[in-house]
Design a protein around this ligand. Structure first.
Ligand code: NDP
Ligand SMILES: O=C(O)C1=N[C@H](C(=O)O)C[C@H](O)C1
Length: 253
């Protein structure tokens, strides 16, 4: 069975990557692509007006929509998918608690899969962090993420996911964003550092140090293609699921 996919944010960096990756797969076809700036085609796919999204869902009836946009758009697209009965995969970061609530509301109607990072390497990094943190009890933890200079949200969605993983295995800790002034590091805090430079696709490092040693767990994305491929794997996996909230780790099982 070929899974048909609607793509939002088609004129954005990730939208273009998703369309390029979809063209290379024979298990998926692109039903339509939308942007708030329609008119041009991307990767040979005509880009339609995002204002017509609900009509496009009704007329094309895709199996799943893949979304990499901004928090407000993501919520609107998810709600429309919920109403139209279309599964929704999103990697959009920077969502507020209210934004996640809106996604969960859509998940009561259709399958919804959110991942702050669609690379397999980050899934492995998360497992490694969950093992290393309790194994190195009392060690200082510093998290650094580095991204291209056009990224809007900081810290990255992946950094927030890693921080939640650390809290899950170690208990809730104070997050200190950057550091300035004279106060020394306090025990148990987690330092969080966001760097923005050039066209870096995405790097995340969790550094654990203590007892005259340090352990650095680092992931570097070589290109955005790795995120697009993971999101399309998620779309193919999600298409025939029941309504509910799904995680990328389930796709990889
Ligand atoms: N989970 C993952 O693996 C990954 C997640 N991301 C996330 O995906 C999202 C998009 O990233 P990226 O493609 O680099 O971003 P871009 O700015 O290149 O593209 C985003 C697109 O989203 C739309 N959009 C919606 N709301 C806004 C807004 N408020 N400001 C600007 N654009 C908006 C625009 O398209 P339109 O004109 O159609 O509205 C825009 O082209 C981000 O949240 C990013 O963090 C990125 C890479 C991997
Ligand atoms: O905006 C990006 O580029 C990326 N965003 C995601 C995030 O916020 O974690 C994932 C990836 O690191 C690239």
């Amino acid at each position: 069975m070929t899974v048909s996919v609607g793509v939002t944010g088609a004129t954005g960096r990730m939208g273009g990557e998703v369309l390029a990756a979809a063209a290379d797969r024979d298990d998926l076809s692109v039903a339509f692509a939308v942007s708030r700036s329609p008119g041009e085609s991307v990767e040979g796919v005509a880009v339609e007006d995002a204002a017509d999204f609900a009509d496009l869902l009704a007329s094309n009836q895709p199996d799943v929509v893949v979304d990499f946009t901004g928090p407000a758009s993501c919520i609107e697209y998810a709600s429309a998918c919920g109403e139209a009965g279309v599964a929704f995969v999103t990697g959009t970061t920077g969502l507020s608690e209210g934004g996640f609530d809106a996604l969960r509301e859509a998940a009561s109607e259709v399958p919804v899969l959110y991942a702050s990072n669609f690379s397999r390497g980050i899934a492995a990094l998360r497992r490694a962090v969950r093992e290393a943190v309790p194994a190195l009890d009392g060690y200082d933890i510093e998290l650094t993420e580095t991204h291209h200079n056009a990224k809007r949200d900081a810290p990255s969605g992946t950094a927030l996911t890693l921080l939640d993983d650390i809290d899950d295995v170690r208990g809730e800790s104070e997050r200190v964003h950057g550091r300035e002034g004279e106060a020394p590091r306090s025990e148990g805090e987690v330092g969080v550092h966001a760097r923005r430079a050039g066209d870096i696709a995405g790097e995340h490092e969790v550094l654990l140090a203590g007892n005259h040693e340090s352990l650095s767990l680092t992931h570097r994305a070589g290109s955005r293609g790795v995120f697009a491929a993971g999101a399309l794997d998620a779309a193919a996996w999600l298409a025939d699921r029941d309504a509910g909230w799904y995680d990328f780790t389930e796709v990889l099982e």
